[in-house]
Ligand binder design. Structure first.
Ligand code: NAD
Length: 300
């Protein structure tokens, strides 16, 4: 298929790479030009704009930081038309960014008026899952569009869920990431307590993995440097999932809770911990660097 991929960051680049490996014809665009070079060396075509990238596309996939970027891309901004006005085909649009459900619904409604099917399809599985093609896609939107998207999503992911109508993918993703923020902070807290009391972080991790404290952060994303190879904690917290993006997701959970009169005390606590950590200048580090918040006094 002819696919346009927009947003080639930590997640988008390996996802686009897997579409190429599956034999699709991929045209890419990112605001940062060097982000496109690796994909071009793998066989993608680079574009000078999002409009150019989507010419003649059958499917469009976007992977952008936040709701504002997705709204501006598809709906436009002051005095400038969005992508929905520029299509020369009726492509299937899949936005895989994590954004507010109301932003996803606003774009879905505008796309619907234009006769273009739109899916919100946020992902879980991190950069490791994006590279391995094992992401979980959590999709919101009409059933027929979901079925059309399936083969494209299967080239990038292993578990493909249809959560419900427009915005439902984002609601499920936000619940998941609130839990992830809580689990990562809790894991970092437990490790710091054990190490402060003389335990080796690798030994403690192994014990907790095999015990009732086991969770995703311990199993595949250990926040203590050197315990696990090839995770951001062992690469000075570079790459991975930025603290700023976790802050965004915990903020989305908070807004969702306010709107629906839900109570999220653990999610609020996690948001405050990440906010404190970001305020200390760590926003561009991987979110597992929350470990440092519990290590004040330790030499870095
Ligand atoms: P990132 O910041 O690494 O990449 C975003 C990319 O989008 C950048 O290359 C940026 O230049 C580009 N961009 C921004 N605005 C653009 C525009 N208008 N046109 C073209 N390109 C534009 O972010 P990421 O880690 O890849 O995350 C992307 C989304 O996926 C976020 O919503 C995030 O919450 C979500 N997510 C991330 C992870 C993770 O582990 N990193 C996991 C699951 C979901």
């Amino acid at each position: 298929m002819r696919i346009a991929f927009i947003g080639l960051g930590n997640m988008g680049a390996p996802m686009a790479s897997n579409l190429l490996k599956a034999g699709h014809e991929v045209t890419v665009f990112d605001l940062v030009e060097p982000a496109m070079q690796q994909l071009v060396s793998e066989g993608a075509k680079a574009s000078g704009s999002a409009v150019e990238a989507t010419r003649q596309a059958e499917v469009i996939v976007s992977m952008l930081p936040a709701g504002i970027h997705v709204r501006e891309l598809y709906l436009g901004q002051e005095g400038q038309a969005g992508l929905l006005e520029a299509f020369d085909t009726q492509p299937l649009v899949i936005d895989a960014s994590t954004i507010a459900p109301e932003d996803a619904r606003a774009v879905a409604e505008a796309a619907h008026r234009r006769g273009v099917p739109f899916l919100d399809a946020p992902v879980s599985g991190g950069v490791g899952g994006a590279k391995a093609g094992t992401l979980t896609f959590i999709v919101g939107g009409p059933e027929d569009a979901f079925q059309r998207a399936r083969p494209v999503l299967e080239a990038m992911g292993k578990n493909i869920f249809h959560a419900g109508e427009a915005g439902a993918g984002q609601v499920a993703k936000i619940c998941n990431n609130m839990l992830l923020g809580i689990l990562m902070s809790g894991t970092a807290e437990a490790l710091a307590l054990g190490v402060r009391n003389g335990l080796d972080p690798a030994t403690l991790s192994e014990i907790m993995k095999q015990s009732s404290g086991g969770n995703w952060a311990l199993n595949v994303y250990n926040p203590w440097p050197g315990v696990m190879e090839n995770v951001p904690a062992s690469k000075e917290y570079q790459g991975g999932f930025l603290v700023d993006l976790m802050m965004k997701d915990l903020g989305l959970a908070w807004n969702l809770a306010l709107d629906s009169k839900a109570t999220v005390p653990m999610g609020s606590q996690a948001r405050n911990l990440f906010a404190l950590h970001a305020a200390q200048g760590n926003g561009r580090l991987d979110f597992s660097s929350i470990q440092w918040l519990y290590r004040s006094g330790d030499a870095r």
